[in-house]
Ligand binder design. Sequence first.
Ligand SMILES: [Zn+2]
Length: 294
Amino acid sequence: MDIVQLLRQRVVVFDGPYGTELQQRGLPGGEPPETWILQKPEEVIAIHVSYLEAGPDVIHTNTFGANRIRLSRFGLGEQVQEINRKAVALAREAIRRTGRAEVIVEGNIGPTGELLEPLGDLTSEAALEAFTEQAQALAEAGADFLHVKTMTSLEEALLALKAALGTGLPVIVSMAYHLSHKGAFTMMGVEAGKAVETFEREGASAVGANCEVQIQEMVEIVKAMRGRTSLPIVAQPNGGKPTLQEGTIVYPETPESFTSHVPALIEAGANAVGACCGARPSFIRMVVESVGKR
Ligand SMILES: [Zn+2]
């Protein structure tokens, strides 16, 4: 099934985060999650499997930081192609092992981690080139659609969207918004309504919000987006508010409390529900049950 068709038909369930899952399995803090695609592929497959067993419609590749600009910081700049291709293969392998052939594979594209000119040194050309390289590798390896995610800069999100559309695949664009008394904004000051209008005009198949907030706040962010676009909305809030306990970051939310807000999220206008940092496969399992009961 095509992701665009499915989003128009019913509430779709996406999966949850990989970074925090990999850390649970021993990925050292500060090391990019993409290193395990090459070094410990079985661990990545195991996380895909744990999500697949929870029952979502979509799983994503572990490629949040797999663009040349970000990978170069870790000496992996020459392995962009290999990492993105293998990431899609690992997701497909997990689908094969669980027999869930109907599951859709999202190729995940995150930010470069650098600031565009004039705020920083990154040129638009360099960013577009890096996003194009990653998008093409994900598409050629067989991703079903691309999801530009966790963006905070509108310019950078638009460059990634342009690169992703160049593959011919459907593209979803999600930004990381927080709530203030003035509305929903990214860290860089991009207003959610303005962002979704822009992405719709520029050819996105759906828009979304991910990371940054817990699910209660995501309900308000989705409302702010819903009034400004006719596109499907994908909502992927964090698994609670991170708190520091004895030097480690803990997300205290339970799958039950998270899922109790899912009906409100759908009422607000979300067409798809998934999760971000701190959520676990157990959260997705309950979301699948909750959505199925509707
Ligand atoms: Zn996140």
